[in-house]
Design a protein around this ligand. Structure first.
Ligand code: SF4
Length: 219
């Protein structure tokens, strides 16, 4: 795994100006604040990075704490997060989550998987992102990029992100978990793209099952 992560980093350095993933940017912009990272991750689902960043800035500009967001009217929150996909549902959810954190968790975001997935609208992927990006706790958040890149490399052979998460946790030593999401998401966005992966410039093609298969088929 070390060689894969280093090969990805080398290819990224050589191929394009470095660009942090939305979650890394969120962590840096919000100084690692768990509540902002939780709400930002919820807003980021099925949304372009730029739209998420704008909505997070607008939302926390007006409601910077769980208490402030908990007291907000959903209609006002909808207006602020309008650029993100499914903004009406998400506005309702983030206010609900803020209220639960205020009323049931003393204003503090839970720092374990069980507590996080008990919040409405928070699934395993979001919960794992919060563990990694807000609390530096080893977890493997799997989105479409992590799922695709892991399968192409042959690290796993799975049909769903949930299975991929399980298999990566089983096969990859825990000491690498914190690095996987950031590395695989940025690699999947710029090199191992969904359509037309840029295998010609990929520094880990010697370790890639998909590349080997294509070479055998001569395509
Ligand atoms: S060789 Fe191609 S398919 Fe394999 S990891 Fe690199 S870019 Fe992705």
């Amino acid at each position: 795994m070390r060689r894969i992560l280093d090969g990805m980093a080398r290819t990224m350095r050589e191929s394009s100006p470095p660009r942090a993933t939305a979650l890394r940017q969120l962590r840096e912009a919000e100084s690692g604040d768990p509540f902002s990272i939780l709400i930002g991750t919820m807003l980021s689902a099925r949304t372009r990075d730029e739209s998420t960043a704008g909505a997070v800035r607008a939302l926390f500009g007006k409601y910077p704490t769980p208490g402030a967001l908990a007291a907000a009217r959903v209609r006002d929150v909808e207006r602020l997060v309008r650029p993100v996909g499914f903004y009406r549902v998400k506005a309702r959810r983030v206010v609900e989550v803020a209220r639960i954190i205020r009323d049931e968790h003393g204003g503090t975001v839970p720092d374990d998987l069980e507590g996080l997935v008990s919040l409405p609208g928070v699934g395993r992927k979001t919960a794992n992102c919060v563990l990694v990006y807000a609390f530096d706790k080893p977890a493997v958040p799997v989105d479409v990029h992590v799922h695709r890149v892991s399968n192409r490399l042959g690290l796993v052979s799975t049909g769903t992100p949930e299975e991929t998460e399980r298999e990566l946790m089983r096969r990859v030593p825990r000491k690498y978990w914190l690095e996987i999401n950031e590395a695989f998401v940025s690699y999947g966005q710029s090199v191992c793209r969904p359509v037309s992966p840029r295998c010609h410039m990929c520094g880990i093609r010697g370790r890639c099952a998909y590349y080997r298969e294509r070479a055998v088929r001569g395509s």
